[in-house]
Every structure is written in structure tokens, then in C-alpha cells.
Design a protein around this ligand. Structure first.
Ligand SMILES: [Zn+2]
Length: 443
């Protein structure tokens, strides 16, 4: 089940902030009592600029970031409520991951890629798939090791294997797997569903990239009983024999594509790269890897939808707010700005700093990222646009952002963001950066 507003209050903090409206509270003595985030609240309450510095006056109140503004429940439901998500979002916090490595006659198993190597690079290493998910979820979500099979041998060549089709490939490999399927059946219904397990089929073609398939349905025997396996299957290669670095970094070099495929399998995120113009360009892992992208975090919008972030939702009321954000790679400080006259759209603000994490090096630049979201505007999904600092005034959500796009200390002045009807809805000004912190005014 997805977060609802009441749950947010419980999960965040019970505040003593004013209940009658969004944060007009002054910064000093009216910050909420918040057990979870008390230290962050103190930190965030300190404006970056002084009166003499660029960025100007400090008369406007600092947005009461930790007070959980009184966004109506229906607003919160719209922000979080689209896109079918699984895994963490469905309350099964950690899906089991089953890895089945296999070689063919022409692409045999690389003996250096042992089960232990796979275990390290998927689940345990300092630059692992699980490390990525742990970080982007602020520690809420991990990929649990379900099972890593010993590498299998398929007695046919790659072409003949491909001709079997993905469901038959899955059946052949899963039926030979020693995975303890019975232990994955959390709800004891005889089905292994995709929020209970994810299967990785790992070949040794040495290519880049990967693929994800929707649930197939096969029957396996486990612990003496038949189980029907209906899971998402992720395909990706490890390095093959004979390549120069065949024993070096065999899996994580492909991590951008692998995290993309797990974005499909775990979070049910759609591909974005087919859109033209592309609204998020090189700033979005679900565009991977058409731009030659490297590893990067999911967007703030995706983190919210996955339940990884609990953002502050602020309903514009005409007052000016000062916002101070630390890097979203390591701090769950994401702001959602809602305008009451644009109920089908909202704006999301996050501070991205590519230097903060090995899982973020592929992000093109550092600064304030502003995402505009149009609800249910792309089939069953929301349309998400990164507002480029040069083309932000385009109301049609039809611009591909080109670096530099983010707002930072070099973007002086005032920026008025329209909704899709062209009406001005958000005014951004006084963007200021100090170290890895970004501060700005919104109205
Ligand atoms: Zn994809």
C-alpha cells in the first residue's frame, strides 16, 4: 500500500507547527519537534546568505521544511499515486533476487566470474547493485540475496538459444536452478510473484546493456511441492572469456544498464528514451543509455513514487518562501510545490551534487534540478519534464534539456515557471550555492 497523508505524519514527525496553513512560521523558535529529523531541522534552519551577500534579504521566512505542510490528502494522493509500483511500495520490503548464470557453446562461462564474485557485485560490494538501491532509497530498500546458482551450461549456441524465446529460456534455466523457491513464497499461495522474487539471467556474451521481461509463468519443484513462478526477469551479461579485462570488474561496469532494468523490474518505471522531444535527456536513468550515460540516481519524482522519499509538499499561498536543501543523494530533502489553480501539475525541487556518490557520477552537473510533472499525461504515467534554465518558460513540456540545465550560483535573476496553459505558477529567484548546499526563494 502506498503512503497516505496520515501515514506521513506518523512516519515523519508530529509537529507543533501551526495547523491552519502552510508554513508561515519563522525559522527560530517555531521549528517542529521532530524526533527523526531534529538535527536536520537545525541544520536546514540556517540561511546560507548574510545580508551583505548576493542572494539579498533574509526577511522572507525560511520554508518550514520539516513541519510537513498541510497539503490536502487529495493533493498528496495525486503526487504519489500514479504508476504501478511493486516491492517496497507493496509492503514486501525486500524482494529476493535469484541470479542464474549460464554459458552457451560459443559464449562459455567465464571461470573468473564465480558465484562469490556475483554475490559481491550484486549484493555486498561498495559499488554494488544493492548498494545503489540502499543509497537511492535512503536505506529503506535492499535487494536481498535469494540465491546465486553455480554457473550452468546450455548445450547450444547463442543463435539457437535465442530462437527458443525468452519464456522457454526462463523455463529451461529455472527448472535446473537450485534456488529454494518455496522460501520465497511469503504469502504461501503456491505462487512466486514479482514482489516476492526477481530473477536475473546472466549470460557471458560480454555485451553491454540488458533487458527486462514481464512475468512469465513456469512451474518448478521446490521442497517437494510445485510452485508457479511469475516474476520479472532481468537479463544482463557478465564479461566473457577472452576479453582483455575478462576477470576485472566483470559486472559493475554494466551497472548503469542494470540499474535501469531493475528500475523496470522493481519500480515498474517506464522507458523514457523513446519520447521525442525527450523531456529529461541525460538527467534520467530510465533514458539509459542512449546518451552514453553513466550511473546516476533516480529522479526525485521517481524516488517519491517508489516510496523512497517522503517529500515536503507545499501548497502555494502567495507568500515567498526561502528553501535550503542539502544534496538529495544523501539527504531526503525533496520539495513538492503544488499550485491550487493547477491541480493536474506540480513541481519538484531537489539539489543534485554529482560529486557526492559513486552512484551519481553519470549525472551531468550539480545544482538545483526542477522537475515539472503533468499527471496522467503519458498514457498511464505522469509526464515529467526537467526544466532547463534556458527553456523553462515553454509551457508545452516539449523540450529536451541540454546541459547546463540546472539552476546554480551562475543563474542570477528571476524565473517564472508556467503551467501547461501558460499561466505563471512558480517564481524562482535568489538561487545561491555554498559548498554542496543550495538555497533559493519560491513564490
Ligand atoms: Zn528500459
Amino acid at each position: 500500500m502506498r503512503f497516505v497523508f496520515a501515514a506521513i505524519i506518523g512516519a515523519g514527525c508530529v509537529s507543533n507547527a501551526p495547523q491552519e496553513g502552510p508554513a508561515a512560521a519563522a525559522l527560530d523558535d517555531e521549528l517542529p519537534t521532530c524526533a527523526i529529523r531534529a538535527s536536520e531541522a537545525d541544520d536546514a534552519a540556517t540561511p546560507l546568505w548574510g545580508e551583505s551577500e548576493e542572494g539579498g534579504d533574509v526577511d522572507a521566512p525560511l520554508l518550514d521544511f520539516w513541519a510537513l505542510d498541510n497539503a490536502p490528502a487529495e493533493v498528496w494522493a495525486e503526487v504519489t499515486g500514479s504508476g504501478p509500483l511493486t516491492g517496497y511500495d507493496d509492503g514486501l520490503t525486500n524482494p529476493r533476487v535469484v541470479v542464474i548464470p549460464y554459458g552457451t557453446t560459443d559464449f562459455p562461462v567465464n571461470p573468473l566470474v564465480t558465484s562469490e564474485v556475483i554475490r559481491q557485485e550484486v549484493f555486498a560490494g561498495t559499488r554494488s547493485l544493492n548498494g545503489f538501491f540502499d543509497e537511492v532509497s535512503y536505506g529503506k530498500f535492499q535487494l536481498e540475496e535469494g540465491y546465486v546458482d553455480a554457473p550452468m551450461f546450455v548445450d547450444m549456441n547463442w543463435q539457437a538459444w535465442g530462437a527458443l524465446g525468452v519464456n522457454e529460456q526462463f523455463r529451461v534455466l529455472a527448472s535446473q536452478s537450485a534456488a529454494p523457491w518455496s522460501t520465497f513464497d511469503v504469502d504461501s499461495d503456491g505462487l512466486i510473484e514479482r514482489n516476492e522474487a526477481i530473477v536475473v539471467l546472466m549470460d557471458f556474451t560480454g555485451g553491454q546493456g540488458g533487458a527486462k521481461r514481464d512475468p512469465a509463468s513456469i512451474t518448478v519443484k521446490s521442497n517437494g511441492k510445485p510452485y508457479t513462478v511469475q516474476v520479472s526477469t532481468v537479463y544482463f551479461p557478465a564479461k566473457r572469456n577472452g576479453v582483455a579485462n575478462g576477470g576485472v570488474d566483470p559486472i559493475v561496469s554494466n551497472l548503469p544498464a542494470i540499474t535501469h532494468e531493475f528500475g523496470h523490474a522493481v519500480l515498474q518505471l517506464p522507458d523514457v528514451y523513446g519520447l521525442n522531444p525527450n523531456p529529461t535527456g541525460p538527467y534520467e536513468p530510465m533514458n539509459c543509455c542512449v546518451y552514453g550515460q553513466r550511473l546516476m540516481h533516480f529522479t526525485a519524482v521517481e524516488k517519491i513514487k517508489a516510496g523512497f522519499s517522503i517529500p515536503v509538499v507545499h501548497v502555494a499561498d502567495g507568500t515567498t518562501q526561502v528553501v535550503s536543501l542539502r544534496p538529495s543523494e544523501t539527504n531526503d530533502e525533496i520539495l513538492v510545490w503544488v499550485h491550487p489553480k493547477s491541480p493536474q501539475e506540480y513541481w519538484v525541487f531537489e539539489n543534485r551534487q554529482k560529486s557526492t556518490s559513486v552512484y551519481e557520477r553519470g549525472f551531468p552537473e550539480s545544482g538545483l534540478a526542477v522537475w515539472r510533472v503533468k499527471i496522467d499525461d503519458w498514457g498511464a504515467y505522469d509526464r515529467v519534464q526537467l526544466l532547463d534554465r534556458d527553456t523553462y518558460a515553454n509551457p508545452a513540456m516539449a523540450v529536451t534539456p541540454m546541459a547546463p540545465s540546472l539552476f546554480d550560483a551562475s543563474t542570477t535573476g528571476t524565473y517564472v515557471f508556467p503551467d501547461s496553459s501558460g499561466e505563471p505558477r512558480v517564481t524562482l529567484s535568489n538561487v545561491w550555492m555554498q559548498g554542496d548546499r543550495v538555497q533559493f526563494k519560491l513564490q
